[in-house]
Design a protein. Structure first.
Length: 238
């Protein structure tokens, strides 16, 4: 429900900004001159400076344009006109400051941003290559998820759990845990976090052979919903 509300809000904001961009073109072409005669012949710095405000407030600006076109007051009054030269000087200073501050702000945001989660379908270099032998394979081991579970091993005694998703998973932000038990719930400090799970493609995780020989549970945990969404009992063949 929350995701749907956010999605609708984002699309609504995009539509509002798109209409604002169209309205701003009309305001630059004709409307500003009607609202304030001093804007005639204004430099590009002025137009760049006022464009974000025009896009954000385009319904108000269109109403003011309509009122001014019908003979109402524009931005300035005959007895108190806006000093165009002074305004343009201020606009020039402001546009230079913005040209300096915007790249600095963007660079700072990039430096301090949170790590981006790996997207589905990616081929990260951290994925381990598959071990040679498949000791166990189970289709749709996790109920409701198109995931093939494989347990792999090799001559050196290494063990690996492989989750091969046939398609993109509907549940976002999935993590895989190993529990030495039935895996009914995740309690902080009781599970071994193996890594993120997404699809399509195979994700591989190294698992301790002793744990596998005793048996346990692989648990899919949704960080988005803060709950266990699926589990599979696993035990290495003797």
């Amino acid at each position: 429900m929350f995701v749907s509300i956010v999605t609708i809000s984002v699309y609504g904001a995009c539509a509002y900004l798109a209409l604002g961009a169209v309205a701003t073109l009309a305001l630059h072409a004709r409307g500003l001159r009607i609202l304030d005669h001093a804007t005639a012949g204004a430099p590009i710095s002025f137009r760049v400076l006022v464009t974000p405000g025009l896009i954000a407030l385009w319904p108000i600006m269109l109403c003011k344009w309509r009122k001014a076109a019908r003979g109402g007051d524009g931005a300035g009054r005959p007895d108190a006109p806006i000093p165009a030269l002074r305004l343009r000087q201020i606009h020039g200073i402001a546009i230079r400051l913005l040209a300096l501050l915007i790249p600095v702000a963007v660079g700072a945001a990039v430096m301090v941003r949170a790590p981006v989660a790996v997207i589905g379908g990616a081929n990260p270099l951290t994925d381990a290559p598959p071990l040679r032998d498949v000791a166990l394979e189970r289709s749709h081991a996790f109920e409701g998820f198109p995931i093939v579970l494989r347990v792999r091993t090799d001559d050196l005694g290494s063990w690996q759990v492989e989750l091969d998703a046939e398609r993109e998973l509907d549940t976002p932000a999935l993590g895989l845990y190993w529990l030495d038990g039935p895996g009914e719930s995740i309690v902080p400090g009781t599970g071994v976090y193996l890594g993120n799970v997404w699809g399509p493609g195979a994700r591989r995780f190294a698992v301790d052979g002793e744990r596998l020989s005793k048996g346990g549970s692989l648990v899919l945990y949704s960080f988005a919903d803060a709950e266990v969404v699926a589990r599979a009992s696993v035990k290495a063949p003797s």
